[in-house]
Design a protein around this ligand. Structure first.
Ligand code: SAH
Length: 399
């Protein structure tokens, strides 16, 4: 990591002080469905008859225009705007760190209302860009080559915290109101921290908001959900969201995959591939991506490549070869360029696209598998101890 590569972008420092949403007891509207917004309005005393229409108006301001300030929402009567501002907020996660790579990749460390943190990465191309979104603080999976896997699961992110990552990125990219073309945030990959299919209800709710045509309007064809292989959830993901699916395969033999992607012990390769073959809407134009991290001496021989081709038979598939991205203390090394090239050639010659992914944002630890935050799960006892300490300090300070 060079000091040149990592620059804190100054305008964010100011934003980092923005108060966390809902800290003052007002309810955060971010992450609510339209009907939940309508119900919240009724609960706040707004007339029931107009609630549905008001919810649509709010939706437009929040998700199409990116507005956070009720005063701007001029399609609502002034007195109503004032009432809403007293009861509600439109929150964002706090960007407590903002790093920019020499290659343009940008990583935000996000702090949520309870102080827990997760990371989110924007990967720009010439005329578009993908946002890599986290679904959990930490992860339960313990994949051996993944930095996030060294963290315990701290908690799931809720729908507002997941959508909040998209909203924050759009704020910074200044893409409001929701542009139709030429977006630098054109694609979403659920490939950040966590296993999205272990937090599916929240992920699903968030992605439905992201896909909604009257708001952020990123279509399901531009969204990819990546899973290590939570087999029983794959069909539901297809039926409910219909987004592109990526599978973190990484090994072609159960004995190896059991070690490096331990969820394989529960859902072995055969079951995983059967679930993939049944994913709705597959065609040559709509293929499943199989991600394969190249680990020296572990999964990178020509025999592995041939076995991969055999396994994928009958599934509309493309393969994404990911050079292993190192992190401090990682027990693996990246395969040699030659091994990667040979592997790729075998898969390619069998008729599958098999690009080698160019690592992006390695200098700021933003590449695949490098994300991690300092969040730790606090036990109930810890929370009680902290509360007691706070109360003791407060009692010791004379009023
Ligand atoms: N839990 C989901 C979402 C995380 S996606 C999943 O496993 O798919 C993150 C992607 O980066 C996965 O394909 C993961 O296997 C890959 N990855 C993890 N650590 C990596 C590393 N050190 N180098 C390259 N890719 C890595």
């Amino acid at each position: 990591m060079t000091s040149q590569a990592t620059a804190i972008v100054p305008d964010i420092a100011a934003r980092a002080d923005a108060p966390a949403a809902a800290a003052d007891g007002r309810q955060d509207l971010l992450g609510l469905t339209r009907s939940e917004i309508a119900a919240a309005l009724v609960a706040a005393g707004e007339p029931e008859k107009a609630a549905k229409m008001r919810a649509s108006q709010l939706w437009h301001w929040i998700y199409y225009r990116g507005s956070r300030d009720f005063a701007e929402m001029t399609t609502l009567a002034k007195d109503m705007r004032e009432r809403l501002a007293g009861r509600f907020t439109v929150g964002r996660p706090q960007a407590s760190r903002d790093l920019k790579s020499v290659d343009g990749t940008r990583k935000w460390l996000l702090k949520f209302a309870d102080g827990q943190e997760a990371e989110c990465v924007h990967i720009p191309e010439d005329d578009r860009g993908a946002l890599c979104v986290s679904s959990q603080v930490g992860c339960t999976l313990t994949c051996k080559f993944c930095h996030t896997g060294t963290m315990k699961l701290v908690r799931n992110l809720d729908a507002g915290e997941i959508v909040g990552q998209v909203m924050l990125a759009r704020d910074h990219l200044e893409e409001w109101p929701s542009p139709k073309d030429g977006r630098m945030l054109s694609n979403i990959v659920m490939m950040g921290m966590g296993e999205p299919l272990y937090n599916f209800d929240n992920v699903s709710k968030a992605l439905k908001i992201v896909m909604d045509n009257e708001g952020i309007a990123i279509s399901k064809r531009r969204i990819t959900l990546s899973t290590a292989g939570v087999v029983p959830m794959i069909a539901r993901c297809g039926a409910e969201l219909g987004v592109n699916l990526a599978i973190s395969l990484h090994a072609v033999r159960d004995d190896i995959r059991d070690v490096i992607v331990p969820i394989n012990k529960k859902y072995p390769i055969k079951d995983l591939l059967a679930a993939c073959a049944a994913y709705p809407g597959l065609s040559n134009a709509r293929r499943i991506t199989f991600e394969y991290v190249m680990l020296k001496g572990v999964n990178d021989t020509p025999a592995d490549a041939k076995e991969l081709v055999r396994l994928l038979k009958g599934i509309p598939a493309k393969v994404n070869l990911i050079p292993f991205n190192p992190w401090p203390g990682a027990p693996y090394e990246c395969s040699s360029d030659e091994a990667i090239r040979k592997f790729s050639d075998i898969v390619f010659n069998a008729g599958y696209s098999s690009p080698v992914r160019t690592p992006r944002g390695r200098d700021i630890m933003a590449a695949c598998g490098q994300l991690k935050s300092d969040s730790v799960k606090r036990s109930k006892a810890d929370i009680l101890r902290e509360q007691a300490a706070k109360e003791a300090t407060a009692a010791a300070v004379p009023a």
